[in-house]
Design a protein around this ligand. Sequence first.
Ligand code: ATP
Ligand code: RIB
Length: 305
Amino acid sequence: MKSKKILVIGSSNTDMTVKAEKLPLPGETVLGGTFCMGHGGKGANQAIAAKRLGGDVSFACKVGKDSFGTMSIEKYRSENVDISNVMYSDCPSGVALITVDGNAENSIVVASGANADISVEDIRNMAPVIASSSILLMQLEIPLEAVIEAAKTAHEAGVYVVLNPAPAPAQGLPEEIYRYVSLIIPNETELALLTGIRTDSREAVLSAVENLKSKGAKSVIVTLGSKGSLVCDGDTSELIPARKVKAVDTTAAGDTFCGALCVALAEGKPMSDAVGFATAASSLTVTRMGALDSIPCRDEVIGLV
Ligand code: ATP
Ligand code: RIB
């Protein structure tokens, strides 16, 4: 089946990752780590995931006029992602400092730079591109007002809007956005921030999902790390277990999940099959170091589903 256009609007970062035995406490120095630098940013990871997994993908982001920005755009070009909507800023390109511990858990600090310079005006200039897409996929590493404007434009044009609310604002999201979003994909922490409900049990996650629906959310998928994901579509909810793998670095697991899911939905697959594809794809990502570099290709995933 011919795939339909997926537009990703989001962040582009250069990731500097140190893997060490433990994450440092405030004021602490941890020795003995290994370093790698690579491409990342939730927007870029999701766009590349969707492309490698078989989607027809356009990526709109903003980078600085510096070497990091140039290298990022070259990378997206080499992956055959449509970069005709990339924008440039006088701010530096985005950078993420990532620490990964011996259990593959990470902590991340982002200097947003040019990502934070995406304006409502930039989004208005992209309105025809948004309206001609089938799926719009976004995250929250760019200004919220830009995300809302894009979601509204897409919704009014009948485009399916997928929001990965990562990172989630501590004060939650304005209820307006739920009107425009077709599917929201938080992890447990983000779900707790969006609802003010602690998500430390299956029951608590379900009541937080109900709370999100009361704010206007339509379909919800909660990603639960190594526990899998909870798919709440219509009146039903189903736990899809994760695959058993040896995790090395979970960075970009959620990004791979979102990108993969959009590919399968664009191909017309039912939600349960799409989640199966996303689960398989993200299980491969966690077995490899890095963000964008760890994202699998379609052939690797097809072998698993
Ligand atoms: P990140 O911020 O690290 O990119 P996230 O918190 O947004 O990730 P997760 O819930 O950790 O997203 O993971 C997304 C999906 O990836 C899960 O639903 C699961 O299918 C898969 N996954 C994550 N961690 C593991 C793991 N340790 N083993 C197997 N699959 C995993
Ligand atoms: O989701 C992983 C991404 O979050 C990393 O690539 C990093 O850039 C941060 O934005």
